[in-house]
Ligand binder design. Structure first.
Ligand code: MG
Length: 256
């Protein structure tokens, strides 16, 4: 299933998107917490505004340097254990929403990533049980103020500015993350062309590792890291993150 969150001008609602990505069938509640039941109302996707498919209840967990080619381009090696950081949920925006480049930075980078949405509260998950706590997957752009990442040491500000965590366009619940093409485009030009087959630590390992530190709650999101090809994006440009069998997350970047 592809589960989207959307608005037609009223309160946000959830719906199931068809395979062509053209129609959305409204459902009654938040599918993280309630059984999926159709309301009977259907919309054209082009007639609604898609929103971030999930607002993380407590946290977005980022994973750094989880592709060897990206670790190399950053001048390092892959870490011996997953390198975790936290992004506040206030950074999350949806498909099409503008990413606002703040005045404090002169070097903002895109990072196309596969995001995992957690479906239920869990702690100390074994890798072999990770599938049971996954709600689904979506595309993410782990937008980073690269200059502040270097100067701050801690990454909270560099990756946590408002609007720096676009998610979408929807959550795909039936997806094997083992080998998915991940392509990022800046103004239409391909700038990242990777595959999730190259993840150093896979989805199950990441969930297990994170859950040994933090209780994971329904709606929490784990960003699995970015492949090589990160680079600058400036106001007026548009970045698209496309993941095979999932969809395209596109966001314009704007000045404050
Ligand atoms: Mg990243």
């Amino acid at each position: 299933m592809r589960i989207a969150r959307f608005t037609t001008g009223d309160d946000p609602a959830y719906g199931l998107v068809d395979g062509a990505g053209e129609k959305i069938a409204e459902i009654t509640g938040d599918p993280l917490y309630t059984k999926i039941e159709l309301t009977g109302t259907t919309h054209l996707v082009e007639d609604v505004r898609l929103l971030a498919p999930v607002i993380p209840r407590s946290k977005v967990i980022g994973i750094g340097k989880n592709y060897a080619d990206h670790a190399a381009e950053m001048g390092g090696q892959v870490p011996a254990e997953p390198l975790m950081f936290l992004i506040p949920n206030t950074a999350v925006v949806g498909p099409g929403d503008p990413v606002v480049i703040p005045e404090q930075t002169g070097e903002v980078h895109y990072e196309g990533e596969l995001a995992v949405v957690i479906g239920r509260m869990c702690k100390d998950v074994e890798p072999e049980d990770a599938a049971k706590v996954i709600f689904g997957y979506t595309c993410a752009n782990d937008v980073t103020a690269r200059d502040l990442q270097r100067s701050d040491g801690q990454w909270a500000r560099a990756k946590g500015f408002d609007t720096f965590c676009p998610l979408g366009p929807w959550i795909e619940t039936d997806l094997d993350p083992a080998d998915l093409s991940l392509v990022t485009r800046r103004d239409g030009d391909v700038v990242q062309d990777g595959t999730t087959a190259d993840l150093v630590f896979g989805v199950a390992e990441l969930i297990s590792y994170a859950s040994r530190a933090f209780t994971l709650l329904p709606g929490d999101v784990i960003l699995t890291g970015t492949p090589a090809g990160v680079g600058p994006v400036v106001a007026g440009q548009r970045v698209e993150v496309e993941i095979e069998d999932l969809g395209v997350l596109a966001n314009p970047f704007v000045a404050p």
